[in-house]
Design a protein around this ligand. Sequence first.
Ligand SMILES: [Zn+2]
Ligand SMILES: [Zn+2]
Length: 101
Amino acid sequence: MSKTKAERRHLDLVSSLGCVACRNLGYGPTPAEIHHLRTGRGMAQRAKHTEVLPLCPPHHRASYPTGFHANPRGWQAQHGTELELLKQTLSDLEKLTELFV
Ligand SMILES: [Zn+2]
Ligand SMILES: [Zn+2]
């Protein structure tokens, strides 16, 4: 799936928010990379580019024991579900973009 200009802008804004898990833990916004939601999707389906979360590498990658992909179930029990965090991310994004209107 190729990205449109609007999707690319959305991804930039999402990653500029900083890691959602770190912010919820009170660590402040740490530099984030993009996690595409897996919830409710089969292996063949790719998540939409708007269904993304900002996560720092230690909260994202399978190579870290604290990473989402190391243990999606345990991770969501600790940090909240993908859908809860997506809701939070979208409302954070709304506040952020209002500043630039
Ligand atoms: Zn983090
Ligand atoms: Zn991911």
